[in-house]
Write a protein that binds this ligand. Sequence first.
Ligand code: ADP
Ligand code: NA
Length: 330
Amino acid sequence: MTRPRLYSGMQPSADSLQVGNYIGALLQWRDLQDAYEAFFSVVDLHALTQPNDPAELREKTRRTAAQYIAAGIEPSRSTLYVQSHVRAHAELAWILSTITGFGEANRMTQFKDKSARYGTDQTNVGLFTYPVLMAADILLYQTDIVPVGDDQKQHVELTRDLAERFNARYGAAFTVPIPVIQKETARIYDLQNPTAKMSKSAESDAGVLWLLDDPAVSAKKVMRAVTDSEGTVRYDRESKPGVSNLLTIYAALTGRQIPSIEDEYAGRGYGDFKKGLAEVVVNEFGPVRERALDLLADPGELDRVLASNADRAAEVADATLSDVYDRVGL
Ligand code: ADP
Ligand code: NA
């Protein structure tokens, strides 16, 4: 039986992933591996749109892949590979760029935000065409669904438009993918600034829980998380963003419902609640961290796993690309 295809990826933009990446992406990916034929990529070509030290980029790429595996993405079941190992990504991106309108690309809000923030002289063309490379990533695998955060929804819409345009012009080369937008309950906020999303590129990491941190450090960060003066453990995103965020993390990591956690901590203070969550965090990430560090202790073996998965990815990607070449007259 053939399963529908799923594609997702993350940039190797830090030494460690953060708990938002884990809850918002990795846990969901892990659970989708049975129902879908999944392709999970570490998108290092995308990471080149930011300044990078070459040795550090290579190391971040390896570390990101190790954390995918440590979180339960199985390279024997899903295809887990590094984007630049599959040449077809850059090649298809070029072809798609020739059917993308300049104005269309110019309407991408993520680019508008970034170029407004850094100025056009500090913004590279790669950042402008980033969504076209992302479209190539997705379309190469005849992807049916793309799980993404809502900040990526516009890029998946562009991917759909490009697929439909190409198919209309040259014949049906691509499956038109559907974005599956992350649930609000999978969105994690910064522990020190609980209205901003937790991010590996946050300016200060005081409110960021890193997967690869010593669990004692994460426990301390939980104990210092911003709350409020009310003193009751109750979910209310509007008026109690700090406590609500801690409840979301607690629920996601234990598989429990938020009301059951509220009940458990009824009449008890934030200190008790934070202690409970710190324990949950340590229990969850202690083993994940150890698995990742074990994998990283044998980089040769990790590289072999990634190379054989890249071969598997390339088989699918090259078939799509050669069909596309034929269709456009190359
Ligand atoms: P970051 O901001 O940490 O660099 P990215 O924007 O690269 O994260 O996103 C990588 C993946 O992790 C995406 O699937 C995104 O939806 C998910 N993700 C990132 N931050 C969070 C968060 N705070 N809560 C939930 N999911 C997140
Ligand atoms: Na980022």
